[in-house]
Design a protein around this ligand. Structure first.
Ligand code: DAH
Length: 461
């Protein structure tokens, strides 16, 4: 969804005046932002809250902590991808992927977007969706942000694992920090077709052009090519045989991976998808716990990305997946906040010596929820589409921390006379490790009301 409705969302965003810089989160203004030992000058774009920086600076590397569910899933996948025998297609064996797991989480706007052909008007860049350190840098919104640099450094097979950051809704499956694994595998004509010198990876009439990707990704030329790509189901530069063999290898490797995780009999399906950085693109879904669950996105890397990164004679596939979602499904973990738990009742359940063994998480105990509603009038003339719910969600999280289980918009009302809009949010409070008292919830709720009134300019009802 993040990518596919791009055009519609872009229009909506422009209509709502939410283009870059127009929204502002509830942050106190400071001169510089310090992220894992690096200092960045703050500016009007800065929307990284103290709370999110607290997460980054805790530098937990959950995916590398022994006996953590994320590191178990990570190990099972790496073991499978790098353990050999993934595809013995023709004479080839899966190469060993170089693995990068401690790359600094602050990336430039170029790395996160431009280098991947995500144009300047794309909605995924909106400050309402990302944590900007300043105008030029952000906390990476996906692990794909490192792809072009790693290709430029001469690598042809690599995996990046790391924490990624997105401003989002609040519920049991969304958390502003989560972990992704992203991979790329590229092959030259000789590697892809070792015994068939008459087969090529590029069309005969294909001529590489020298681009400056940053200007190119918003250009008429790129948009026209993008349209042609989507219509013809492949990029014009590639031969159909190269794309088909790559598609076969990619799908074979990924199906092997989900079978390794979920068992031989797992039911899966491929769904056509759209990403600005791949064409064709697919999503893999598995049928698990009675529903279809999206597991990963993948595709054939847009050739312009490789060219700009100095790789002129290869075709590549790439894929990206979220570790929390897989771990939640595999171990039946009911709430994404549990990954951050220091509770031994949670962690001790993952002390298995065998990361491939599927065990089911048993809730330590479930403490009761406390639900309080909060209604406010938006500032005069501001409509519900112009208000960034993510600003409110971040504020709630900043004050309530991990006690906030969910925030949902319950009701919208427009006053018939004054035409002012009122929003009502339900805030669900629940502690993972103890029972909350109504009195402490009320105190927090009051603080949220006061902070919303002063920083978002709303009037509490
Ligand atoms: N970066 C995408 C996301 O965060 C996932 C993805 C899709 C990664 C396709 C890839 C890819 O490397 O080829 O939703």
């Amino acid at each position: 969804m993040r990518w596919s409705c791009a055009k519609l969302a872009m229009e909506a965003m422009e209509a709502a005046g939410k283009s870059r810089g127009a929204t502002k989160a509830s942050v106190s203004v400071s001169v510089s932002v310090s992220v894992m030992g690096r200092e960045y000058p703050a500016d009007s774009f800065t929307n990284t809250s103290e709370r999110i920086l607290g997460h980054v600076n805790r530098n937990l590397h959950l995916h590398l902590q022994p006996r953590h569910p994320l590191s178990l899933v990570r190990a099972a996948i790496l073991d499978h991808l790098n353990g050999g025998a993934v595809h013995q297609h023709q004479h080839q064996h899966q190469p060993t992927f170089a693995v990068f797991e401690r790359l600094h989480p602050v990336v430039s706007v170029e790395q996160n977007f431009d280098s991947l052909l995500i144009g300047p008007g794309h909605p995924s860049r909106a400050p309402a969706d990302c944590f900007y350190v300043n105008e030029r840098f952000l906390l990476r919104a996906h692990a794909t942000a490192h792809q072009a640099d790693l290709v430029r450094s001469g690598l042809d097979n690599f995996i990046v694992v790391g924490d990624v950051y997105r401003r989002d809704e609040i519920d049991a499956t969304h958390y502003p920090v989560f972990h992704q694994m992203d991979a790329l595998r590229s092959q030259t004509k000789e590697q892809l077709f070792p015994d068939q010198s008459d087969l090529n990876i590029f069309e005969r009439d294909y001529k590489p052009i020298a681009y400056k990707l940053k200007d190119y990704c918003a250009s008429e030329e790129q948009l026209a090519l993008q349209k042609t790509c989507i219509e013809s189901a492949k990029q014009p530069c590639h031969t159909l045989e190269a794309v088909k063999v790559m598609e076969y290898q990619l799908k074979h490797a990924l199906i092997g991976m989900v079978k390794h995780l979920f068992g031989e009999n797992i039911d899966y399906r491929w769904v056509d998808a759209y990403f600005p950085f791949t064409q064709p693109s697919w999503e893999l879904e598995v049928f698990y716990n009675d529903k279809w669950m999206e597991v990963l996105g993948c595709g054939i890397v847009r050739n312009e990305i490789l060219l700009e990164a100095g790789s002129t004679n290869a075709i590549a596939y790439a894929f990206g997946l979220g570790l929390e979602r897989l771990a939640m499904a595999l171990y039946n973990i009911p709430d994404i906040r549990l990954f951050w738990s220091r509770d031994s009742g949670f962690l001790s359940q993952f002390e298995s010596e065998d990361p491939g063994r599927i065990l089911k998480y048993k809730p330590v105990s479930v403490y009761p929820q406390c639900i309080n509603d909060l209604s406010f009038w938006l500032p005069n003339r501001l409509t519900k589409d112009q208000f960034s719910n993510n600003d409110f969600y971040d504020l709630v999280r900043d004050i309530g921390g991990d006690i906030i289980e969910q925030v949902r918009l319950k009701d919208t009302f427009i006053h018939p006379k004054t035409e002012r809009t009122s929003l009502c949010f339900s805030i669900v409070y629940r502690h993972m490790e103890r029972t909350l008292t109504q009195a402490e919830v009320n105190r927090l709720h009051k603080k949220i009301e006061e902070s919303a009134a002063s920083t978002l300019n709303v009037t509490i009802r």
